[in-house]
Design a protein around this ligand. Structure first.
Ligand code: ZN
Length: 325
């Protein structure tokens, strides 16, 4: 089907040179082609969008991106330049591309200013943050439930734009469970555990009691959360352990989160997410170029779901959430 809007579509850049961050996810043989796909916007990417019926791709920087630049001054500078780069790409084909802002969470005030600049001046549709940020030293991890970010979340709610919480790996110093098993890291498993836990921290912190209109997008059908949310709430009822949140986790999942199909072309996973959060909170995404765009579009087009739900997931929900014309 045509008219799809794709929400997790990554790009890289050589100026400043951030594309090399992704080299670790590929073999030396595969990297040159992947690097080229990350740097390309208007050539091969656009052709594949045409072939797969994707009308609009919302571009976002690769992971961990700005979040790994632990010197706040560098993070602020690179975020500004990379957002300008994204804005230039969108300006060439505003009918086919939009963008999420990369944000220097190392400096919360600068992150607010950059979000406002990107949304209000450059027309970005929200932000994509790659999990925790390293701040001031390499071996640090600050999550978005940290009290220093409450003014940032206030800005997110006031601007009425979504924040896409995208995966990154745990720091080696905090990933004992992965030691000796490097295959568990990255998108095979570690990404979802790290990001799903981060999302639960946001819910449990009471963030959405303070900012009930804030909206977060999770990729990969919710980073394991739809499958386990009933059990999490069930056990928290028995042993709440001082959780600040006023509502069950499922309340926040159904009121403050949207989930995308990125990189998870699995119909039982979609049906589970559909039953937990409903068709109004699912959206299409591919995770290109870390996934093949064609795999995502062919799986989605072949799904046996009703036409109303297909339209919601493919474009209607995104159009409403991102306020697209
Ligand atoms: Zn991704």
């Amino acid at each position: 089907m045509t008219g799809k809007i794709a929400l997790e579509e990554h790009f890289g850049s050589t100026e400043p040179d951030i594309v090399e961050q992704s080299a670790t996810h590929f073999t030396a043989d595969a990297w040159p082609a992947q690097r080229a796909r990350l740097l390309d916007v208007h050539d091969q990417r656009l052709r594949m969008m045409d072939e797969g019926g994707i009308e609009l791709s919302v571009l976002s920087l690769l992971s961990p991106g700005i979040q790994a630049l632990w010197d706040p001054a560098v993070a602020v500078d690179w975020a500004h330049r990379l957002n300008d780069h994204a804005a230039d790409q969108v300006a060439r084909r505003p009918d086919r591309f939009a963008a999420f802002a990369a944000l220097p969470m190392q400096d919360p005030d600068a992150a607010i200013a950059e979000l406002r600049r990107c949304v209000l001046d450059l027309g970005f549709k929200g932000a994509l943050v790659n999990g925790f940020s390293q701040i001031g030293a390499e071996d640090t991890a600050v999550y978005l439930d940290d009290p220093r970010y409450r003014p940032f979340w206030s800005a997110v709610q006031d601007l009425d734009v979504p924040l896409y919480l995208h995966p990154r790996d745990s720091l080696p110093s905090r990933g004992e469970i992965y030691e000796g098993h490097p295959w568990l890291l990255g998108s095979a498993w570690g990404f979802s555990v790290e990001t799903g836990t981060h999302a639960l921290r946001l819910m449990g912190s009471g963030l959405f009691d303070e900012f009930p209109r804030a909206q977060v997008i999770l990729g990969h059908f919710g980073e394991l959360l739809p499958f386990n949310i009933w059990r999490t709430d069930h056990r928290l009822e028995v042993a709440p352990r001082g959780i600040p949140a006023l509502q069950p986790m499922a309340h926040y999942l159904r009121n403050n989160f949207h989930l995308t199909t990125s990189g998870n072309h699995r119909t039982p996973a979609l049906l589970n997410a559909l039953l937990e959060v409903g068709a109004d909170r699912l959206m299409f995404a591919t995770d290109y170029p870390f996934e093949a765009m064609r795999d995502a579009t062919e799986w989605f087009d072949g799904l046996e779901i009703n036409d109303a739900d297909r339209a919601k997931i493919s474009h209607e929900n995104a159009r409403r959430l991102l306020k697209l014309k």
